[in-house]
Design a binder for this molecule. Structure first.
Ligand code: HEC
Length: 241
């Protein structure tokens, strides 16, 4: 191994990185990137259904500012049994039954609508104590998406639930853990009447005491996408033979 061996190795690695960088830059030069607002029929490579994405026939897309989250709509469609399953991930630190013990975290019975950091005798972090108000649907949504971002410095070491459906299922379940669950917010959407009807049925479901929520294990019996006979009865080719 000569003196220059490691120089050569470094040369090969740096050369490799350079080639990748050059290819990336070339790619950007050849195919310019556009942000959503700039997309038109002329600079998209494949046909786009502009009506569906909210643009006119020339392709100009009007970017709609994200409105407020429609908790009425989302919670009315939430799956409480799935929410209960999600709380398995909390049980190492939290109890959920009425009068349940304090663990690493405070008891979470009736937490929806409860004042933030209000369980007497639990040593909350300042991050939580400094938060004003109660655990509204919105506050819980934000905290559960990312405890650390919502309450910087919180003692709750839980990464968060990225998936909005998961958070809505969880919050709907938490709401059910109460002797008098707070009212679901009214849906903001245009389909308001239809949704309010749904919300009413959801209320009936969740007003049962916490212990009675039936577990369905729906996700464990999901449909098998491949029928067992696949490959046997399927004709080999519908082409020429
Ligand atoms: C590793 C332990 C741990 C896990 C796992 C955990 N938590 Fe927590 N949780 C805590 C701690 C500790 C606090 C108090 C945080 C503070 O004081 O900053 C807390 C606080 C909370 C609060 C605020 C309660 C109040 O009285 O203000 C809510 C709501 C909450 N957790 C929900 C959840 C949910 C829902 C899950 C599961 C999806 C979960 N936590 C998972 C430890 C945990």
């Amino acid at each position: 191994m000569g003196d220059l061996f490691w120089n050569k190795v470094a040369g090969v690695i740096i050369g490799g990185v350079l080639v990748v960088l050059i290819i990336t830059e070339l790619g950007h030069l050849l195919v310019p990137a556009h942000s959503v607002e700039e997309l038109t029929a002329d600079n998209t490579a494949y046909p786009v259904d502009w009506a569906a994405v909210g643009g006119d026939s020339t392709g100009a897309v009007e970017v709609v500012e994200a409105g407020p989250v429609d908790y009425g709509l989302l919670l009315a469609g939430a799956d409480i049994a799935s929410g209960e399953r999600i709380t398995r991930r909390c049980q190492s630190c939290h109890t959920f039954d009425e009068g349940g013990a304090t663990g690493t975290g405070p008891n979470l019975f009736d937490v929806v609508g409860r004042d933030i950091a209000s369980i007497a005798g639990f040593g909350y972090s300042n991050a939580l104590v400094d938060l004003e108000g109660g655990w509204s649907f919105e506050a819980l949504d934000g905290f559960m998406e990312s405890p650390r971002n919502y309450a910087n410095g919180t003692a709750m070491s839980f990464a968060g639930l990225r998936n909005e459906d998961d958070r809505m299922d969880l919050i709907a379940y938490l709401r059910s853990l109460s002797n008098s669950p707070i009212a679901l917010p009214a849906a903001l959407s245009a389909m308001e009447t239809a949704v309010v009807e749904e919300a009413d049925t959801a209320t009936e479901l969740v007003e049962e005491p916490a212990g009675d929520v039936v577990e369905t294990n729906a996700d464990e019996t999901s449909d098998d996408p491949m029928p067992e006979t696949a490959g046997e009865d399927v004709p080999a080719d519908d082409g020429d033979h």
